[in-house]
Ligand binder design. Structure first.
Ligand code: AHG
Ligand code: MN
Ligand code: MN
Length: 337
């Protein structure tokens, strides 16, 4: 019946045959992720009213200052997902090592990797932020889980997506059969199907990159970014510049409207020669989503989903969005443009 809305779980079960993952375990995993996101959204939406803004005074494994909402989101996800009985372990952007499910709690066969709050620099300014998640099945039925279970190619993900805490709270995710978007209806407390079968336009009109770092880029990177600003590109006019500073928000806009997001390698931090973004909790999940929506994602040379992480917090340059734009950027980055 029109207007009654389709919840995430109904949608999962409706498409059970295409979703081999839509087992009871997987449905429970998604349900617990949704519950966690509702709690995080509640805190994000009232952050300005209580003293949950600002810094904790700690520095995380990334060497970045931890904000109270970062830490809150991380705690909610770890606490709830450990009890869900569907994971054997998880990994967070905020934690140096993998987080095993304690022996006294029920375990499952899934692995969860997440960025609990993406766009932290924007939290106190009430700009859209998000949670990014990536789901794998344990590669074999060993009784214990090790770091190697997480160091996988992105192409082995069974599901990936993000929550976006913006003017509305959204869930966008894929299980390998296309991409669907759901919007939280706070009056009923459910995420309802609002963007079925999202497809990213073949070519975009927007380029997203932090041009403050131009002085830290190599010549190929500078030429690649200039291409999108030039009237001589294949569109015959410059792309529009849009950069929010929250990857999830920049990615989501480009997913719906078309465009390319770039976070190239740069020389601003010798400790991070491959740029700032993380392969396992940012680039790989969004690469799965964008490819399922008809787009592309590379590190300027190779397909993101073909990359095998060698360490948990490995960083990677990211060129992601409309297929034609990413292919052009990758050719230019290889000096073939
Ligand atoms: P996080 O808040 O999880 O650390 O991620 C922040 C990332 C990403 O959201 C955004 O695209 C990027 O940092 C912005 O970095 P710059 O400020 O260097 O442009
Ligand atoms: Mn992030
Ligand atoms: Mn983060």
């Amino acid at each position: 019946m029109e207007g009654l809305g389709v919840s995430v779980i109904e949608h999962l079960l409706l498409h059970q045959k295409e979703n081999p993952e839509a087992t009871g375990q997987f449905t429970r995993l998604i349900s617990e992720l949704i519950f966690s996101a509702k709690i995080i959204a509640r805190e994000v939406n009232k952050a300005g009213l209580v003293n949950i803004l600002g810094l904790t005074g700690e520095v995380n494994v990334q060497g970045e200052q931890v904000r109270k909402l970062d830490e809150f989101a991380n705690r909610v996800l770890i606490y709830r997902m450990q009890k869900a009985g569907v994971l054997c372990a998880m990994a967070s952007e905020e934690n140096a090592d993998i987080i095993e499910v304690p022996d006294n709690l029920p375990r499952g066969s899934y692995l969860l990797i997440f960025d609990p709050l993406d766009g932290s620099s924007n939290i106190d300014a009430n700009v859209s932020i998000g949670t990014i998640f990536s789901i794998y099945r344990k590669s074999d039925e060993r009784s214990y889980v090790t770091l190697d279970d997480f160091l996988r190619k992105g192409s082995e993900q069974v599901a990936a997506g993000y929550f976006l805490y913006g003017s509305s709270t959204m869930l966008v995710y894929t299980t390998g059969n296309g991409v669907d978007g759901f919007t939280l209806d706070p009056t009923v407390g459910e995420f309802l199907l609002s963007h079925p079968n999202i497809r990213i336009p073949e070519e975009g009109k927007v380029y997203s990159v932090n041009e403050a770092y131009t002085c830290y880029w190599d010549e190929k990177t500078r030429r690649t970014v200039e291409y999108f600003k030039s009237p001589d590109n294949y569109r015959g006019k410059p792309y529009r510049a849009r950069y929010i500073g929250s990857l999830v928000a920049d990615f989501h806009r480009n997913l719906l409207y078309g465009g390319i997001f770039m976070y190239p390698a740069d020389k601003k931090d010798p400790a991070k020669p491959r740029g700032k973004l993380r392969l396992l909790c940012e680039a790989a999940p969004l690469a799965f989503v964008v490819e399922q929506a008809g787009g592309a994602a590379t590190d300027g040379k190779d397909r993101i989903l073909d990359l095998k992480a060698s360490e948990l917090h490995e960083r990677v340059p990211l060129f992601i969005g409309s297929r034609k734009d990413v292919e052009m950027a990758t050719r230019l980055m290889q000096g073939d443009g």
